[in-house]
Design a protein around this ligand. Structure first.
Ligand code: ZN
Length: 472
């Protein structure tokens, strides 16, 4: 399904996510014509019957500053939609592990019989947990996000000073032999690849005879053709694009310990590519890295994170990343940001849809919106309390003083409690951080990936919290 029809697949996923958003009540949603937000979702595909279902869906674009972070794992630091959708995904996995542990069946994961005799040479500390789970082989996961993730994937060259052309996703091509190439692949101006490419302005291409013009250009040895065809909305053949002189910028800032820093020079020199960045926030700086950086991490070490790696040993990877329509998009920039930088072997399909999220800042239905919504909406596909709404990292309607009662089901502390319950209180006396470090394979992989990324934020040593038995 995926390989043969990526165009339909991207729109199908976008449509599914938007319809699901519409089906959820008003609470936590932006005020139309005043506010905008981003929407992200993790969608499950069952390859047996091609059935798609939404596992998690979230909106949000806020991130709290380092001074507001809590040492007890209650406040959600990063409320960008992609990050919340992934946390809801973790909650979904815990729910399904609990189902299987209690003898029910799950359509997404299954128990792996542990063989203690064969495991006897395994000195991995993970083996102190007897029961392991794995995702069923016919299940794949897909990340949808309504616009390109903040950070490196958002540093995109502008073509011909005209957003309506090739810096948008143009899937409308007649040639559908390989739809995955249909989105633009037009830039490589950074140092992230050894292939330096030169571009010509597509305004200079004779619209009646594009191929001849392109061939003429190819005679000039100083130009190289882009290895994957790039399509313009009104073209049917490969075109070399473009002499750009400016970029779309990200609000995320390079982290101080990264040697790559923005020069803030003119046009394309304003921002560097490939750098690890932190999210912008009101007031004091945030310590949360950009969504591009987090997605790069998930692509390299799995979505499940350190804790769940103790229960699900095989990393859970995304099979595709789908970007919604309306805003700037470059498949090549996305590739650089979420795959190339970590040197991972994983190759999720990178797709974009032309369907625009109705509450996006790019939506023609929401043109007067001039500010991001302060609220974040979270939905997880489980029966108990599937919807939550957050403001400033805690449940809407609770104050910072009563935050213990306002903790969200997807905060670190609540997810840790699920983990402790599922491991029969084996780790009740260990801190959150101690348990995460027991996941040795995951931590080793992550160390290598961090080296490849070149930098990462260093958070204060505050995640030493231990949960009390009375909290359950
Ligand atoms: Zn983001």
């Amino acid at each position: 399904m995926l390989k043969n029809n990526n165009y339909n697949f991207a729109d199908k996923i976008a449509d599914l996510c938007y319809k699901h958003y519409s089906s959820i009540g008003k609470s936590g949603k932006p005020v139309k014509d005043k506010e905008w937000t981003l929407l992200s979702s993790i969608v499950k595909l069952n390859k047996n019957d091609n059935n798609l279902s939404i596992i998690s869906l979230a909106t949000g674009s806020k991130c709290i500053g380092s001074n507001s972070m809590s040492p007890d794992g209650i406040i959600i630091n990063d409320s960008h939609a992609e990050v919340l959708a992934r946390r809801c995904f973790l909650r979904y996995l815990y729910y399904h592990i609990n189902l299987v542990k209690n003898g029910s069946s799950s359509d997404v994961l299954q128990l792996v019989k542990s063989n203690k005799i064969n495991d006897s040479n395994d000195d991995d500390d993970d083996s102190i947990i007897n029961e392991h789970y794995e995702i069923k082989s016919d299940i794949t996961f897909h990340l949808f996000t309504s616009q390109v993730p903040c950070g490196d994937a958002s540093v995109i060259p502008k073509i011909s000073n005209n957003l309506s052309d090739s810096s948008k996703c143009n899937n409308y091509v007649d040639n559908d032999e390989d739809q995955s190439n249909a989105c633009n692949k037009f830039n490589n101006f950074g140092e992230s690849s050894d292939k330096k490419r030169k571009f010509i302005n597509h305004d200079n291409i004779d619209s009646d005879n594009k191929k001849i013009k392109v061939n003429e250009i190819l005679q000039d040895s100083s130009f190289k053709i882009i290895n994957t065809p790039c399509y313009l909305s009104d073209s049917i053949g490969p075109v070399i694009v473009s002499d750009f002189n400016d970029i779309y910028r990200t609000g995320a800032k390079c982290i101080p310990n990264d040697p790559r820093q923005d020069t803030k020079g003119f046009g394309i020199d304003y921002q560097v590519t490939g750098a690890v960045r932190t999210k912008p926030g009101r007031g004091d700086p945030t310590l949360s890295v950009s969504c591009s950086d987090k997605i790069a991490r998930w692509n390299a070490v799995g979505l499940q994170g350190a804790l769940l790696s103790l229960l699900i040993k095989k990393p859970i990877y995304l099979s595709s990343i789908i970007i919604g329509g309306g805003g700037p998009y470059s498949e090549e920039c996305l590739y650089r940001a979420v795959i190339e930088r970590t040197k991972t072997d994983q190759r999720p399909d990178l797709l974009c849809s032309n369907l625009i999220f109705e509450m996006s800042k790019y939506s023609p239905e929401n043109t007067s919106a001039d500010r991001p919504s302060p609220a974040a909406l979270m939905w997880t596909n489980i029966p108990e309390r599937p919807i939550e709404v957050a403001v400033k990292g805690i449940r809407q309607g609770t104050t910072k003083k009563s935050k213990d009662k306002g903790s969200l089901r997807i905060c670190k502390r609540e997810l840790f409690k699920l983990f402790i319950t599922l491991t029969d209180d084996l780790f009740i006396n260990n801190s959150y951080k101690e348990v995460k470090l027991l996941s040795k394979d995951y931590q080793n992989n992550w160390s290598l990936v961090k080296q490849n990324l070149g930098a990462w934020t260093v958070k204060p040593d505050y995640l030493e919290f231990i949960v009390n038995k009375e909290e359950f």
